[in-house]
Design a protein around this ligand. Structure first.
Ligand code: PMP
Length: 385
């Protein structure tokens, strides 16, 4: 049997570095995990209840392909209120997580051979999704001296006649970086000059600390060339519900919708009803979670710097991204020894693309006391090196 049954797009589709790491963690005891990429909070009760109620009331059927109108209307008003950006409900599709929204963008717009510029380190799905669409992910490594914000000059240097889109993810997983307005304006002018699409993954938009989130399509001239990818997983602690959305001008969203129609039909009805409650009445919960993340953020950033692992101040999401390379260990060795010797799990930065080498991703979506204990263990480990 010499025949390979796999499609050629599977070549080069590597298993996620994060999964590999968790397989090891699952076999160990007394591990403090800073590896988690999701809120440790449960979904706020009123949101859960809205979902449960909808089931009891018999909302157990498909919704329209694009998603429940009331949810799209609520989202439309929400984006207008927060960022002054206007989408008609017809310019939105409710998806199975931000993940599906990203899949739709990659599949609808990326031709075989098209290049998509991706600042890294980034969410592990970005390169994979572009790759699965037959495109070529072109990594632009970000640097710690720029607080892991992409340098527009690096983006400019990466643009070729084959470039189709730039894929941005701010606030960033895994670095916690937030892009400043001036940086995004420079990216915008590159997109304009070279007639590129921008896929803007803003799933962590509400999780910012002392800075404002800039919604990319709100920038001058950008609405018409941006596909906004959003979600509920992080802001409302709804990872398990599998709901998100994409918003884009009608001509773009119509193409994405066709793929959505033929792949998933519609997002979960229960999750959509819960999503309405989240958008309309979830604000206090968002604020409470952000306040708690912020408290932990200060603890972990101060703690890591104090231990001697230089960590820039992340302004978004729930990750700190300490540098470990100066200890003499590369990030993979550091992470696996830290896990084996002190039972602290943190993800090697190189798993998130070229720009992540030499760093660790430490999630602070875990209890304050656990972070305190993790810091004590990391300090012990570093002192031994
Ligand atoms: N984008 C980023 C940057 C993420 O970190 C994640 C989840 N880890 C997603 C998108 C996808 O989230 P979901 O599918 O749960 O909405």
């Amino acid at each position: 049997m010499s025949r390979s049954y796999f499609a050629s797009r599977m070549e080069g589709l590597k298993p996620s570095a994060i999964r590999k790491f968790f397989d090891i963690v699952a076999t160990m005891k007394d591990v403090i995990s800073l590896g988690i990429g999701e809120p440790d909070f449960d979904t706020p009760q009123p949101i859960v209840q809205a979902g449960v109620r909808s089931l009891l009331e018999g909302q157990t059927h498909y919704t329209s392909n694009v998603g429940i109108l009331e949810l799209r209307q609520a989202l439309s008003a929400h984006l207008e209120r927060l960022y002054g950006v206007s989408y008609d409900p017809a310019e939105m599709v409710i998806t199975v997580g931000g993940s599906e929204a990203l899949y739709l963008a990659a599949t609808a717009f990326v031709n075989p051979g098209d290049e998509v510029i991706i600042p890294t380190p980034c969410f592990v799905s970005y390169q994979a999704q572009v790759h699965m669409a037959g495109g070529v992910p072109v990594e632009v490594p970000c640097r710690m001296e720029n607080n892991f914000e992409v340098d527009p000059r690096d983006v400019a240097a990466a643009i070729t006649p084959r470039t189709k889109a730039i894929l941005l993810g701010y606030p960033s997983n895994p670095t916690g970086a937030v892009a400043r307005l001036e940086t995004l304006l420079e990216i915008a002018s590159l997109a304009e000059k070279h007639d590129l699409l921008v896929f803007s993954d803003e799933i962590y938009d509400r999780l910012v600390y002392g800075v404002n989130h800039v919604c990319f399509p709100s920038l001058p001239g950008m609405w018409k060339r941006t596909v906004l990818l959003g979600g509920f997983s992080k802001d409302y602690a709804m990872t398990g519900w599998r709901i998100g959305y994409a918003a884009a001008p009608a001509n773009l969203i119509q193409g994405m919708l066709r793929i959505h129609q033929y792949t998933v039909m519609c997002a979960s009805t229960t999750a959509q009803v819960a999503g309405i409650e989240a958008i309309l009445h979830g604000e206090d919960y968002v604020q409470q979670m952000v306040a708690e993340y912020d408290r932990r953020r200060r603890l972990i950033v101060d703690g890591l710097n104090h231990i001697g692992l230089p960590t820039f101040e992340p302004r978004g999401a729930f990750y700190a991204f300490p540098q470990v390379s100066h200890t003499g260990l590369d990030d993979e060795t550091f992470a696996s020894r830290l896990l084996q010797e002190e039972q602290v799990a943190a993800i090697p930065g190189s798993g998130f693309g070229a720009g992540g080498a030499g760093h660790l991703r430490c999630s602070y979506a875990t209890a304050y006391e656990k972070i305190e204990e993790a810091l004590r263990r990391i300090e012990r480990f570093v002192n031994r090196l």
